[in-house]
Design a binder for this molecule. Structure first.
Ligand code: HEM
Length: 443
């Protein structure tokens, strides 16, 4: 299992001054996450396409950070002109560990199950949509409500809590663990596996999500342990089938055949990495925004039909996945007057596109009446967008309803909060100390 290395500690403790000039912007420097939104304003005004010299996928090529909504949307909707970059391939040594002792690298699994757009579509339609897609996720509504109830039990006798550890982190963990059909008592072990899964997004050394070489190996070992755990769980489902996603994956007839163990492990692996921290960060931001905007809280109390609009606005204002170096340039192209040669790597910055005033007037504010609120970039767009958006949206909506049901008002413990964010390319508060007044409390 992974432990915090000196590199991780350095990233966690880093401080960085707020950039005042566009030349000072570095979205990937340790500590930069505390100033991303100031950086985006500078970039939008002066450098909406930012070149990272030598930052491409192959030697001699560059990377470009794209921050305008329209440019990002065009890129992610056009997989022919901007194919996936298939980054995050493990180092040679780590690849050997995955192949010799585990079930292949995450890239191997992609190659086997969804090498092209059509197989990607079928993968989604047949394997993940029925469980976590926009319609399939609905079957989990009662389960999610029950998890919200469990986590908020006893809060009517309290006045404060630490939201991340007591609610925002365990809710998505419990939901994805139950959806997959893994034992809830394994959650501490699963949490450690999850940390290994997201480590390269949090403690990377560059925009390509690379870890220090020695840690690539250590991380591969931890992830192989997770793969072996998932394989054992799949075997258990074959012996004792249940009504859960892992059982389904062991039984499904996919394109005229059964899935291999490596394929089952890879689908479950993807659900686990996608289903945890992103939603945790969204839930934490939602409480923060509601506490900071009492008029929005009051409006939601008056009219519950607006909760879903609030959730979309919160996802837009604080995108949990701020960006990814996930697309390549197939042919020479130009964005915002900057010529980008074929072969370049694109870092699409969803968090910046979501605050682009040209796309969203008064982009920094929550507007419950904003037209088409779901058109933000937070789950990406186009054929490769997030397959778990349905499940995540449902969790967030039911969590906000749960808070509205129980609390008269909510707030923040200003003495305890530091409002520090995790490093990397995700946007999430390290912790959030909250206060609340139960709905039935005498005033
Ligand atoms: C607020 C919560 C979430 C956010 C912000 C988020 C965001 C994203 C983004 C931006 C992508 C990249 C898409 C692209 O490259 O075009 C992605 C992919 C993915 N997400 Fe999510 N996600 C969330 C929740 C979930 C959940 C709940 C699951 C699973 C239950 C999930 C599973 C995945 C998977 C498996 C992929 C990879 C898709 C592929 O390559 O085929 N995500 N997500």
């Amino acid at each position: 299992m992974t432990t915090a290395s000196a590199h991780d500690q350095k990233m966690l403790n880093a401080e960085m001054a707020c950039p005042m000039r566009v030349e000072e912007v570095d979205l990937f420097a340790p500590g930069s996450q505390e100033h991303w939104y100031d950086s985006y304003s500078l970039l939008h005004q002066q450098s909406p396409v930012l070149r990272i010299p030598g930052g491409g996928k192959t030697p001699g090529t560059d990377a470009y950070v794209i921050t305008k909504y329209a440019d990002i949307s065009r890129i992610i909707r056009d997989p022919e002109a901007f194919p996936p970059s298939q980054l995050r391939q493990a180092s040679d040594e780590a690849t050997e560990i995955f192949r010799d002792t585990g079930y292949g690298t995450p890239a191997d699994a992609r190659e086997s199950l969804r090498p092209d757009l059509e197989s990607h579509k079928q993968h989604r339609l047949q394997l993940t949509d029925p469980w976590v897609g926009p319609v399939g996720a609905d079957q989990h509504a009662d389960m999610i409500r029950a998890q919200v109830d469990t986590l908020l039990e006893g809060w009517e006798h309290r006045t404060g809590a630490e939201l991340v550890t007591e609610f925002a982190q365990p809710l998505p963990q419990r939901v994805i663990t139950t959806t997959l059909g893994l034992p809830l008592e394994d959650m501490p072990k699963l949490k450690a596996f999850e940390e290994a899964q997201v480590r390269r997004f949090v403690y990377f050394i560059n925009h390509k999500d690379e870890l220090p070489p020695a840690e690539e190996v250590e991380n591969a070992q931890a992830l192989v342990e997770f793969q072996q755990y998932l394989k054992e769980q799949a075997d258990e489902k074959r012996r004792n089938p249940g009504n859960d996603m892992l059982t389904f994956l062991t039984q499904v007839d996919y394109e005229g055949r059964k899935l291999t163990d490596a394929e089952i492990v890879s689908v479950a692996f993807g659900m686990h990495i996608g289903g945890n921290e992103t939603t945790q960060f969204a839930l934490t931001s939602e409480w923060l925004l509601l506490a900071q905007n009492p008029a929005v809280w009051a409006e939601l109390k008056r009219d519950r039909s607006k909760v879903r609009f609030f959730v979309e606005e919160a996802l837009r204002v604080y995108a949990p996945t701020q960006g990814s170096s996930s697309r390549l340039v197939a042919r020479d192209v130009e964005f915002q007057g900057v010529k980008i040669p074929a072969g370049s790597l694109l870092h699409v910055r969803y968090g910046a596109g979501n605050r682009d005033e040209e796309a969203f007037p008064q982009a920094d504010s929550i507007d419950l009446a904003r037209p088409n609120p779901g058109r933000h970039l937070t789950f990406s767009q186009g054929p490769r967008n997030c397959p778990g958006a349905g499940l995540s949206r449902l969790e967030q909506n039911l969590a906000v309803h749960g808070w509205l049901d129980r609390f008269e008002s909510i707030g923040l413990d200003e003495e305890k909060n530091t409002y520090r964010h995790i490093p990397g390319r995700m946007f999430g508060l390290v912790d959030l100390h909250v206060t609340f007044k139960p709905a039935n409390a005498s005033r």
